[in-house]
Design a protein around this ligand. Structure first.
Ligand SMILES: [Zn+2]
Ligand SMILES: [Zn+2]
Length: 329
């Protein structure tokens, strides 16, 4: 009788998905059309970070975004609206998820990666409390930097200094660009994030985000000022690539709201016994536990290409630990 060999990595988690952590099969060779279709339908045809961000972008654009003509000069009206378009969804989604998962404990430990609860009374955190620390770095630092950059981009678009398209002018590009934005974001994130792990930048800047070994919804963009200044430069692509304001809106929420879900600490959101939505991301959860791996996202497999991919196995943990040791000694 053969005994089933249990991967020791399994014991380090309350729950973790079976098998290697998934990567976008679009980049796999030989091509696997079935897997690609499954990957994209899984991302776009159910409640996920992508569809939630797209829905918020559409609602924000139709109901609240001032017309570009109004944004030709800097004036308090539209500028405050942009700030609120950042603050309100961030607070509702992160606050709502935090309340449901950690305060109300709506689904208990089901689909929760880490066994531990969030940290209270701990001197590493601003205000000695993980949640208040994360709220401050999100609503204070991240929202301020993001809003400043967006003001400049909308203003440039309104004045014809950035290429703006309409749906009627370029319907195909409109759709294609929408699908490329998450990939661009992943590419930008991989490289800026690797830079953040340079020992000097890490110590003074990125450590603020990594205080969160055990992450929660508010940890998503709980970043130091300098990290936010770098992280949100992703938006400046719209100064070069022809975009509609809706592209920028989607990019904004993808960059700001989707990390709330990927840091939620739970793989799925449950409504009674059914899985209602995809939330957390084991790929990034591993980054918070083991640091020197999975710098990017699963959307574009840079980590695989550059040898920093952690697939969730104990073997990968060993490799990551060895790499970390070599990096810091
Ligand atoms: Zn993170
Ligand atoms: Zn990091």
């Amino acid at each position: 009788m053969s005994e089933i060999v249990r991967d020791p990595e399994a014991d380090r988690w309350n729950y973790h998905p079976e098998g290697p952590v998934g990567l976008n099969p679009l980049f796999a060779w030989p091509p696997r059309p079935g897997a690609i279709l499954k990957w994209y339908s899984g991302a776009w045809l159910q409640i996920t970070a992508l569809t939630l961000c797209f829905a918020i972008a559409v609602i924000g654009y139709i109901l609240f975004l001032p017309p570009l003509a109004e944004m030709q000069s800097f004036a308090p009206g539209w500028m405050i609206t942009i700030w609120l378009l950042n603050m309100v969804p961030q607070t509702l989604v992160a606050g709502g998820l935090h309340w449901w998962l950690y305060m109300r404990q709506g689904q208990g430990m089901r689909k929760k990666f880490d066994r531990r609860d969030l940290t209270r009374k701990n001197g590493t955190f601003t205000f000695n409390n993980q949640v208040w620390d994360n709220i401050w770095w999100t609503l204070g630092s991240a929202m301020t930097v993001a809003t400043l950059y967006q003001w400049v981009i909308f203003w440039a678009m309104a004045n014809g200094w950035a290429p703006v398209i309409t749906w009627a002018q370029a319907p195909v590009w409109f759709v294609v660009w929408m699908f490329i934005i998450p990939m661009w974001s992943g590419l930008h994130f991989y490289w800026t994030h690797r830079l953040e792990h340079h020992p000097k930048l890490y110590k003074h800047v990125h450590a603020v985000h990594h205080r969160n070994v055990n992450i929660g919804p508010w940890s998503g963009i709980s970043n130091h000022w300098f990290e936010n200044m770098l992280y949100f430069t992703t938006y400046f692509i719209h100064l070069i690539v022809a975009s509609h304001p809706l592209h920028l809106m989607f990019h904004i929420y993808f960059q700001q709201v989707s990390p709330i879900l990927s840091h939620s600490g739970f793989e799925k959101l449950m409504a009674k016994e059914t899985e209602a939505a995809r939330a957390g991301d084991f790929f990034h959860q591993l980054h918070h536990r083991y640091f020197e791996c999975n710098y990017g996202t699963s959307e574009v497999p840079f980590d695989k290409w550059f040898g920093t991919y952690h697939d969730g196995s104990a073997k990968a943990t060993e490799r990551t630990r060895a790499y970390k040791k070599q990096m810091y000694t």
